[in-house]
Design a protein around this ligand. Sequence first.
Ligand code: ADP
Ligand code: MG
Length: 593
Amino acid sequence: MSARIIMLDEDTIGKIAAGEVVERPASAVKELIENSIDAGADSVEVEIDRSGHNLIRVADNGSGMGKEDVGMAFKRHATSKIRGITDLGNITTLGFRGEALASIAAVSQIDIVTKRAEDPAGIYMYVESGVVQRERPAARDRGTTIEVRNLFYNVPARKKFMKRESTEVSGIIDVFSDFVLSRPDISFRLIHGGRTLIEAPKGLDTLSRVGMIMGEDVPKAMTPISLSEEGIVVEGFVSVPSFTKKDKRGQFFFVNGRSVRSRVLGDAVYSSYRSLLERGRYPWGLLFITIDPGRIDVNVHPSKTEIKFESENEVKGLISRAVKKSFEDLKNADIKVFSGEGSAYPAAIKKESDVLSESIAGEQILSSPQEQAEFDYGVNSARTGGLGSVGSWGAVAEVFHSQGNGHLRLFQLGLSYIVRVTREELMITDQHAAHERVLYELFSKTLNGSSLEKQTLLFPLRIDLSPSESAVMRQIVPGLSRLGFEIDAFGEKSFVIRSVPAAIKPDQLETAVKDVISDLAHTGSGEMECMEELVKLVSCRSAVKAGDMMSCQEMSDLLTQLESCELPFTCPHGRPTTIGISLKELEKRFRRS
Ligand code: ADP
Ligand code: MG
């Protein structure tokens, strides 16, 4: 069957196009803030209600618009920023496509009040489905306030894709954070459900803003970078190699002030650290690249979050050299210390630079196996020494324990596997998978009402989170308390953990909690079966990891707990916990049978 071809009506065309620009509340927030910045505002306030679907209000003190311009602004392809195709090669504003307001207006109800300095009064308009329905004069200081209500109210398909509130809010906070980080010359405030989540006054320097957005422990692990070659400038901060994150979400890139997601830039940073990073760990970074606008193309994606460089390799090379140069600087600062000239670098960084100098000399470096803000290389490299032998049977770990009665001997192989020999079999247990299984069953039982043994922390652990992390944390505190974690909020962005289930090792609690939050903030599955998912996550994140040294007692306790599990053979993700090699199998492999 073939249907007849028709022309779509304007309303439908508008809604389809809107979907490309405004995917979620966060994309509307991004476009509105861009407009405020393009209008020269030095103060931007954003308020959202719940997930941002009901209300997004953005108020600025920018140029404002005259009466005729406001009416035009909501039309598709209406812009004050370019005049024709030749201008596309030289974009200096954040917006230029003339689509944002039209797109948002097509799928929401908008109230706008705006006033220019030179006009005696401002103007108010109400716009619905892209059409101005009402207008009248209104009082206001110079600037613009736009209120977007009921986003996607007329697009049923889009409503279905609404995510959990915490996911939408994280998305908005992420978008907002980009602006806070890149424009210290502008005051920003973000309000959610009546509470101020982020408040960054004008003039607060970039590193203070880094602390506010990425977490208070981040700035002290950052080292500045700055290099300029052939008209391209790279500036910003990167973290010292021992301060890493399990994903790339600690990396922020800006090209000519525009926040961009770019693999190329991420790879360039990553490769500058080379052997300094443990597998699966990524540095933090905040990079500002300034380049002639003619040498990039910003018009490759409707939401303008991707860009193309005329010469990718040039930029990559520059970043890489900039990062290495800053490591060199760290090293030199350290040498000064030895020559008695003194240095501003704290002791922690000095230790770091020992390792860096070795790396720069081209030697193989053992990097830290766990997130360790305190840069304790003494401990870590000892641990890594074991890890280095993973996979090579020739280097069985030195840890050898003979268990009491002599029947059971436990070995820890490669700091990852527990090896034991029974009468008939060689048994190899993956310590992480096993612990994950044990915790998973324990938490599941707790949910079903069994009581759980708790340990009160001698020193309650205080965790400082970023605004988006604390939004997630607040949502999962009740769930975590059902699992035996006693956690109190402590101000807006800090939490105090007082007790945890006895079955988890508290020494890496902070990393575990942060990893759980970071996973949740970005999974974004509205359909997530919350508790089940949380149980899996917490089990995984708080279990012993590969690379963790275990005492004989700990190994033997773990095996006993594993044996009493209902499904001891796989971890909650279905991977095996234990592999057995039988005598028969050995006979086969040695070709005895
Ligand atoms: P673009 O930003 O790509 O030009 P938009 O649809 O986002 O397209 O905005 C259309 C026009 O409306 C802008 O070019 C600008 O002239 C005007 N405008 C939008 N928001 C503001 C604001 N907050 N203050 C002043 N002018 C604005
Ligand atoms: Mg715009």
